[in-house]
Design a protein around this ligand. Structure first.
Ligand code: SAM
Length: 456
């Protein structure tokens, strides 16, 4: 049996009554392993997880029987799938029930690192929609950039800000996802360290922080826009109280979801001063970790004003565009120069995305970074290899599994070829990145921070 803090045990016994012993037993059992495929890269990677079963509330989610070594799987690094705990994939069902995903939406993921919800959102929204994915802690924002770059979509912006910094975007979003920092009770089974960090004082600190984040976020929604609030914890102070606080301000309603098809998810209707519908995932009732989710809709009428395109945008000149069109399929994209890099933006979203450059947000990723055009040559960026932009000029070198792992470890190796120039490195169907070949030697340009740091 897990050694749990006494206050936590008392809290769960009070909440769950007779079921508490089943709950404690489940905490001592093994965590299920699950992944979510990238619908844009899925073909041919599925063979990898034979015998897996689907997650009822996530169209691309799968439970895997045995946990493989994800670190030494090239498909993992190529963004073919994301390793994510199953309960949190319920975000998909909540979105589908509350939002028309065929519409052009403006979505903000406010607490986004390492990127589970953001990669999921980016697979669910239409290509006419925009996702702004934000993380306040800078080292975690880098990991978010890495994961969203691997996921490969062009309609995504990553920034590194405190929620307060979004004041230029008041009343702008159709959806704001708040996967709040919490005391992590739902992660006790997976992450034993979180047990040691838990205490009632920390629960109170988390609750106060969640109230602040929710209150700040509430200003960012359009009329009829929705906040999807979630935590990976079980207690009322962090799940229900912050929502009740927001409802007290007025102009919001709590949305009831239909969970008929998902037995095991517990709907709790709380009536403090307001009616609140919340959905609890307990490890003894569903195959996944502890999770809580609740949806709020803004009923107050507000005027929505997206920031205007900044005036001094440096659009790529004709000569550079001609160079680009030798290397990539340019249809559907416009190009700008930003911090010496050439960035590709979907033409249909160009103005909306450029409006974001006109805010004070600290931007870490903006569309697809193609690389640098120097003396009529494109020095390609890793993001181009990870994207869905069709390549023209680059040839491909197919690597063995052993070579693929060496490439991902950022080791240079002998290719036994006489090839010269920039090549795309591929293992089976997984595109891994670029390298510059010089006869049988290579310059491995895989990003240093992304490399596999261990040996097989
Ligand atoms: N949504 C992520 C995912 O699915 O991969 C997990 C998010 S995690 C539960 C919460 C995140 O909130 C952390 O990355 C944490 O750094 C960030 N955070 C911490 N304090 C915050 C604050 N005051 N405002 C906003 N985000 C904060």
């Amino acid at each position: 049996m897990l050694q749990l803090p006494e206050d936590f045990t008392l809290q769960m016994e009070a909440d769950l009554g007779k079921e508490a012993s089943d709950f404690f037993n489940a905490l001592s059992s093994e965590s299920p392993t699950s992944i979510r495929y990238n619908p844009n890269k899925q073909s041919n990677s599925q063979h990898y997880f034979d015998g897996s079963s689907s997650i009822p509330w996530a169209s691309k989610g799968m439970y895997i029987e045995k946990r493989p070594s994800f670190t030494f799987d090239p498909y993992f690094h190529a963004g073919h799938y994301y390793v994510q705990e199953a309960s949190s994939m319920f975000l998909e069902e909540a979105l589908k029930q509350c939002v028309d995903l065929t519409e052009s939406l403006r979505v903000l993921d406010l607490c986004a690192a390492p990127g589970g919800k953001s990669t999921h959102l980016s697979s669910l929204i239409s290509d006419d929609s925009i996702l702004i994915s934000n993380e306040v802690i800078s080292t975690r924002a880098s990991i978010l950039v890495e994961n969203l770059t691997k996921w490969g979509k062009a309609n995504v912006i990553v920034c590194n800000n405190d929620p307060e910094h979004f004041c230029d975007l008041e009343n702008c979003f159709d959806v704001v996802v708040i996967d709040a920092p919490c005391s992590g009770e739902g992660m006790f089974r997976k992450d034993k360290e979180s047990i040691n960090e838990w205490n009632l004082n920390n629960v109170n600190i988390c609750s106060a922080r969640q109230k602040r984040i929710l209150h700040t976020a509430s200003k960012l929604l359009r009329t009829n826009g929705v906040i999807i609030y979630s935590t990976c914890t079980f207690n009322t102070k962090e799940d229900v109280d912050p929502i009740n606080d927001l409802l007290e301000d007025g102009g919001w309603e709590s949305i009831k979801l239909n969970t008929e098809n998902f037995p095991g998810i517990v709907e709790r209707e709380s009536k403090i001063n307001n009616e609140i519908y919340g959905y609890h995932f307990y490890p003894h009732k569903i195959k996944g970790e502890g999770f809580y989710i609740s949806v709020l809709k803004k009923t107050e009428t507000e005027e929505s004003k997206w920031p205007k395109v900044m005036k001094n945008v440096d659009f790529t000149d004709k000569k550079t565009r001609n160079v680009l069109s030798e290397y990539i399929e340019t249809d559907g994209f416009d190009f700008i120069q930003h911090n010496q890099q050439t960035l590709a933006l979907p033409i249909n979203l160009k103005n909306e995305m450029l409006g974001i450059l006109n805010t004070s947000l600290r931007i870490k990723k903006f569309g697809i970074d193609l690389g640098q055009v120097i003396r009529e040559e494109l020095i390609p960026d890793q993001a181009l290899a990870m994207s869905q932009i069709p390549l023209k000029k680059f040839e491909t070198l197919i690597l063995s599994k052993e070579q693929a792992i060496m490439y991902l470890q950022k080791k240079d190796f002998n290719t036994s070829t006489n090839l010269k120039g920039w090549y795309l490195m591929k293992y089976e169907n997984a595109v891994l990145g670029f390298a510059k070949l010089i006869g049988n030697r290579m310059n491995n340009t895989y990003p240093k921070e992304w490399r596999i740091r261990s040996e097989q």
